[in-house]
Ligand binder design. Structure first.
Ligand code: ADP
Ligand code: MG
Ligand code: ZN
Length: 621
């Protein structure tokens, strides 16, 4: 939606400037004719010979001779103008006929030229200046302030968007709420010496409400919102981006507290080394450097917070993510069932719903839809109902609208059927359960079957501490977790699906490294067999050093397979023993789409309380 807005804005801007130009030219010609045309208004243009004839006939009263024109008045009060030709005898003749020569202007530096040309020019420049000022919404600036930022100042109160307009996204909202608290009363947080983050990066797929959340944060805190889109930095003039950044921060700091929002920051914040058109590349780099400098140069204690949004965090320059810059990231994911229902509720409040509309049912059949998609569904449904002349929007309209949005959506929206949903649910439950059962692995933070990117679902483990070393035992555990999804499918359905490609690739890669890099295969011993990654062109096949014998290479393969198979067996054993927990988790996933880590833990704990733990299996590692 915001992209559309931007398009309209630019269009309007272009229209504006064309209109200003046309009006300006009209006004200028009017001024010119009023002020300067008036002097000669009734003068008739005559030829030089006519003028000479009139002169010789004694009809000419007075003349003003300029470099290329002669203006004058006849004795009958008729004014005239003629083109001056090279005529050395003219002056003598004028005197001879007693003509009053009121001024002979021989160069173009005279008063007439001044009035005729310089004044309109000054007016023209003044007009341009005024126009530019108008165009940037009254932002102050010098005469040539092309670099003044186009940040639009929107008072938080008038933007009107609050967290109530955001459906779902509970985690993001609660993190942003902390920021609104700070902006409302910066001193409260500083009393104890705490520092707020300067920069917060909203990361998530398109249409999930990142821009909306940023606006709502400003609206909620009631502070001004200075927003600019990364793409805007790159437009028009070279070298302007950096000064826009400077100005944006200047403005915001002057009126602190406030929020600076840089939408689509990947447009300027892309990695600096890399291909691309030379010019834009340089422009981008300048802008990025200025942004980094500004972020280093201000104190968050003053109540200014920089929010940024991107759907491609992986292309961001690492310098942007360093402490003191965008060091806090907030994930804004595709909404789950509850989230979708809430978003539908937000947008459906704008339309007249029929009694038969069940928002939960709509949410249930729209996994993979973003907030923007759902807004579109509501809108389309309302349009369809209106087209058919209905007074309310019915469930039928929603069903048709969903089809339209699915068909029209660029991102292949996944409308999963129940069987697929069940498969994905068991797969993810398998990962989560193995991860929870193995003592060394990172705790499960969240399991979901909401599709994300290429994955149909994912299990999110959150490390409790920074890890630099992993023991052999932990690596075996990690393998079992990776394979837990596929194993659960095989255990429950007797067949496996294609859903485990990524898991297999990662597991195989890890097992292979355990053999060839970490020396963790007892059969091959603690030797390095992998090729030097920097010297891959020097030979060596399949990632192995060129000096490794074919027999050893075959052994690497079989050892890799053995390690992976061991992990499969371990996962199988665990899931078989805890089959009831697996079923419970999977059915919760089918029902709610997302299961939080603490829920996984409590389901497991309940089971352990009831039946007692089986130490032999839980200790498997
Ligand atoms: P993004 O910036 O992440 O691409 P936007 O904030 O521009 O997404 O969202 C586009 C539109 O979709 C919003 O204006 C809003 O109407 C709707 N939308 C997206 N997410 C939500 C949400 N969580 N709740 C309510 N509406 C949403
Ligand atoms: Mg956006
Ligand atoms: Zn998986």
């Amino acid at each position: 939606m915001d992209a559309k807005d931007n398009g309209q804005n630019t269009e309007r801007k272009i229209n504006f400037s064309i209109w200003y130009l046309i009006i300006g030219i009209l006004v200028l010609s009017l001024i010119r004719s009023l002020f300067f045309g008036g002097l000669y208004e009734e003068s008739s243009e005559i030829s030089y010979s006519e003028f000479k004839a009139a002169l010789r006939a004694g009809k000419v009263e007075n003349v003003t001779v300029s470099q290329d024109q002669i203006n004058g008045v006849m004795r009958d009060e008729q004014a005239f103008t003629t083109v001056r030709v090279e005529d050395p005898a003219l002056i003598t003749e004028l005197e001879a006929y007693n003509v009053d020569v009121t001024g002979i202007v021989t160069s173009d530096g005279g008063v007439g030229a001044l009035l005729g040309w310089i004044l309109p020019l000054v007016l023209m420049i003044a007009f341009w200046y005024w126009m530019l000022k108008r165009m940037r919404g009254g932002a102050s600036g010098g005469m040539f302030s092309f670099g003044k930022s186009k940040a639009r100042v929107i008072q938080g109160e008038t933007s009107g968007v609050t967290f109530r307009d955001v459906g779902g996204a509970d985690e993001a909202v609660s993190e942003l709420r902390e920021i609104t608290e700070f902006l409302k009363d910066p001193t409260r947080f500083q009393r104890l010496g705490g520092k707020m983050p300067k920069g917060v990066l909203l990361v998530g797929p398109p249409g999930t409400g990142k821009t909306l959340l940023a606006r709502a944060t400003a609206g909620e805190a009631g502070v001004p919102f200075y927003s600019i889109s990364g793409a805007e930095f790159i437009e028009m003039f070279v070298g302007v981006g950096a000064s826009r950044v400077r100005d944006l921060f200047e403005q915001a700091k002057k009126k602190a507290p406030g929020i600076i929002f840089i939408d689509e920051i990947d447009a300027i914040g892309g990695k600096r080394a890399g291909a691309g058109a030379m010019q834009t590349h340089e422009e981008r780099e300048q802008t990025l450097n200025q942004l980094l400098a500004e972020m280093d140069g201000f104190e968050s204690t003053r109540g200014v917070i920089v929010l940024a949004a991107t759907n491609r965090p992986e292309v961001l320059d690492p310098a942007l993510l360093r402490p003191g810059r965008f060091d806090r990231q907030i994930a804004v994911d595709l909404p789950d069932l509850t989230g979708r229902q809430q978003i539908l509720k937000v947008h459906a409040s704008q339309v007249v719903l029929d009694g038969d509309v069940d928002l939960e049912a709509i949410a249930r059949i729209t996994p993979g839809f973003s907030g923007a998609d759902l807004e579109n569904v509501v809108n389309q449904a309302a349009l369809l109902a209106a087209r058919d002349g209905k007074t309310t929007v019915q469930m039928r309209d929603f069903n048709e609208a969903i089809e339209r949005v699915v068909a029209g959506s660029e991102r292949r929206t996944m409308a999963m059927n129940e069987r697929e949903k069940r498969t994905v649910a068991f797969h993810e439950a398998g990962h989560a359960l193995v991860a929870s059962l193995l003592p060394g692995s990172d705790p499960v933070h969240k399991v979901t079957i909401v599709p994300r990117g290429r994955a149909l679902g994912y299990t999110w483990q959150r490390p409790t501490e920074d890890r630099y070393l992993m023991s052999e035992e932990e690596l075996h555990g990690r393998l079992a977790v990776l394979l837990g999804g596929r194993v659960a499918e095989a255990l429950v359905f007797g067949v496996v699906s294609t859903g485990a490609v990524d898991d297999l690739a990662r597991a195989t890669d890890l097992a292979r490294r355990m053999v060839t890099e970490y020396g963790m295969s007892p059969n091959l011993g603690p030797v390095r067999l992998a090729s030097d990654p920097q010297a891959f062109y020097l030979g060596g096949t399949h990632g192995l050093d060129a000096r490794v014998s074919p027999q050893t290479a075959a052994q690497v393969d079989s050892e890799t397979r053995r390690i992976v198979e061991e992990a499969v067996n371990k996962a199988w054993q665990l899931l078989e023993n805890y089959r009831d927990v697996l079923d419970e988790l999977a059915s919760r996933l089918v029902e709610h789409e997302t299961v939080e880590g603490h829920e996984v833990a409590s389901v497991l704990a309940e089971r352990l309380d009831h039946k007692g733990s089986e130490p032999d299996t839980i200790r498997v590692a």
